[in-house]
Design a protein around this ligand. Sequence first.
Ligand SMILES: [Zn+2]
Length: 568
Amino acid sequence: MAGRIPKSFIDDLVGRADIVEVVGARVTLKRAGSNYKGLCPFHGEKTPSFIVTPSRGTYHCFGCSAHGTAIGFLMAYDNLEFPEAVEALAEMMGLEVPRESTGVPERKDDNEDLYALLREADQIYRAALRSSDKAIAYLKKRGIDGPTAGRFGIGYAPDAWDTVLKQLGTSDARIAKLLQAGLVVANDSGRKYDRFRDRIMFPIRNSPRGQIIGFGGRVLDSGEPKYLNSPETPVFRKGHELYGLYEARQTPGRPKQIIVTEGYLDVASLVQYGVENAVATLGTATTAENLRRLTRLTDRILFCFDGDRAGRAAAWRALETALPYGGGTLELKFLLLPEGDDPDSFVRTKGADAFRALAEKAAPLSDFLVNELSARVDMGSVDGRSRFQAIAKPLLKRLPEGTYRAAVMDAFATALRLKPDVLDELMSDDKEPSRAAERVMHGAAKRKTVVQKVINLALHYPAAAARTGDSQRLAALNQPGADLLRRVFAAAAEITDGSTARVLETLRDDPDFQYLERIVAEPPLAIETEEDAAKELAASLDHLSEDAKRAADVARIISGNRPGTGPA
Ligand SMILES: [Zn+2]
């Protein structure tokens, strides 16, 4: 157990915190005399009754009586526990939270052992880099210079099974800790060996403390996986930390902007070429926790991803997570690089100025949302427009209520070629099941039954779906509703206990969630065992993929290509 946070520190922190800055990062505030005024984030309102008083360091809402300090605001708005809110506020101000010693001689913290081992492993990897011509040559080829390698503590895991195991696993207790830290793995027969072998090692530090909590290892050649990360451990939670954040925070002052990328090399290259304050997610999509932390540190977040399909998908997921942060004084921008480029290659070949010029043209969240959605559906057709609306509705609902949402709705109305009040009406149509979603499913009456049957079965028997839904077969489907089917299978694959409720819960944000809810409520099918469900699913998927293949062939013949010559 960490000790208590000293009262004096909390007093000092609250005294020094600028409540206008803290609240203003979440709520648009306007000066009103010696106070600031805005729309209350805790109850829906059209005229501002939410007052922030900087001289007192407090906020108060005359509408719903919400009130408190900067810490209270963070607790309420970000749904944090008190110590978390203190940590958050301290982080905004670049301070580390001290802990009181508990008086009793402190039992050594388990995690201290893990941090120590990770630190020792880091030393081993760094030393190995210095003596590996191969690894040094690789970094040179990738354009990473010595100072950058030093700044990020880049190392090398030698091409051996027991580099770390041999040097650090000097007792059974230490070997157990190495396993817990994710540095060593054990196979089924109990044989233990180093997780990271023949990889460039990027130590991942927490912020603001700077402790090494895990590693990302990149292959030197074309091997797979390209990046291998530490597993989740008691000290390494992937959704919480960001690579490069600690390093970025070593420069004093509040960063004007933080750039979120997907690769550790992207971060190192950007920083080396003078584009500061770049971070990367840890092999996951951008999480709400990532965003909450970043919004404390800066007023502008630039999501910068590759221009390929994976990059677009990553940007889209970031957008979905970022929606609740739209509006206010926080600027959220999206930049997709030209096809074939990633931030690393772009800044290396074209330089920092070219990158900054491109970044200036990044799309604000609202534009990106409208453009991406328009690109995904055919806005010329009625079906396309209704599909657009089916997807857009739940997304728009995640935007904070107020003038910002209204402005985005206007942009949608233009894209949809609808009068704003018509869109308004459609959006308020809350309790109706998603009719547009239904129409997508009904698109082709002949196939409807099979796709629906498969979705139904997959929801009722997620474990069977996880077994039968191989990605290649699923990817080939092009029937109406195939996207939804893929989303259901992906959710089923994520859930290990095979429970329908959990699968459904992970799909809560899905545009067609209401439709899925209805499917689950339908009477159970005439299938009673998981075995039978798996057989039925396999057969139906076969049927669908053959169907899809025939349709694709026909399309190719119509467009003048011979079957089998185009990309699959
Ligand atoms: Zn209120």
